[in-house]
Design a protein around this ligand. Structure first.
Ligand code: ADP
Ligand code: MG
Length: 232
């Protein structure tokens, strides 16, 4: 249940011309492994995640999510695939202010038509897995930044995604809490068998990744010497 990007090129409109955000990207992320993506600001990291998430359709190339080639899918089929097979963690947690931690997770299952009882059990299991079993009844303002990001990660895993896409999850956290969040992501990836892509600024996080790729001007430079190498 891997994620495959095959010869993916993405351009955006740019004045009279086009800006090439991704240039013939090839990437395979096996199930149960973390691929870290590093690179300068504006190099195309978030665009890569947006394409992998099927939120943006590339100009050229294939995006294969857990064995499904997403190219031929219509918008509804793509939305269903995203809901059922892809978990997304953005930089900011985007939690709903009025819901408890447990409810943030349960609402995901509800949107997919899951049964409430099973959803409650799975939410409890996931909050336990991210170390928040005791805080399941708290609302976002009663949680720290690191705890909110843990809820965010647990929420992304609620529908048992095959692919987990994570964009700079630690940018709002101090170093120690950031490292703990990355540790958690690596553990959950191995336990739950997701194909995980982790965009990160922090080179110390690369130690927890199974593979690291560097993006520069929309192109993949691979492999990167880690940790402490000069390439990134
Ligand atoms: P990163 O996440 O590595 O900082 P991005 O993927 O956000 O890089 O951006 C890659 C390039 O594409 C940048 O030059 C950025 O300005 C441009 N870009 C990103 N999103 C859009 C968009 N929606 N429309 C036009 N240009 C965009
Ligand atoms: Mg970005």
């Amino acid at each position: 249940m891997s994620l495959i990007l095959d010869d993916v090129t993405l351009t955006y409109p740019d004045g009279d011309g086009r800006l090439t955000a991704l240039d013939a990207i090839g990437l395979e992320v096996p199930a149960g492994s973390v691929t870290a993506v590093v690179g300068p600001s504006g190099s195309g990291k978030s665009s890569l995640l947006a394409v992998a998430a099927t939120l943006v359709t590339p100009d050229r190339g294939r995006v294969v999510v857990a064995g499904t080639d997403t190219g031929p899918l219509d918008a509804a089929a793509r939305a269903a695939l995203r809901r059922e097979r892809i978990g997304i963690v953005f930089q900011q947690p985007n939690l709903l202010p009025s819901l408890t931690a447990a409810e943030q997770l349960q609402v995901m299952a509800h949107l997919s038509g899951g049964r409430p009882k099973a959803a409650r059990a799975r939410a409890a299991d996931l909050l336990d897995a991210v170390g928040l079993a005791d805080l399941a009844g708290r609302r976002p303002h009663q949680l720290s930044g690191g705890q909110r990001q843990r809820v965010n990660i647990a929420r992304a895993l609620m529908n048992e995604p095959a692919v987990l896409l994570v964009d700079e999850p630690t940018s709002a956290l101090d170093h120690e809490r950031g490292a703990a969040v990355v540790d958690l992501l690596a553990t959950l990836t191995a336990e739950r068998g997701t194909a995980t892509v982790l965009v990160t600024h922090d080179r110390t996080h690369l130690e927890r990744a199974d593979a690291t790729v560097l993006v520069r001007d929309g192109r993949l430079v691979d492999p990167v010497t880690v940790p402490g190498g000069a390439a990134a």
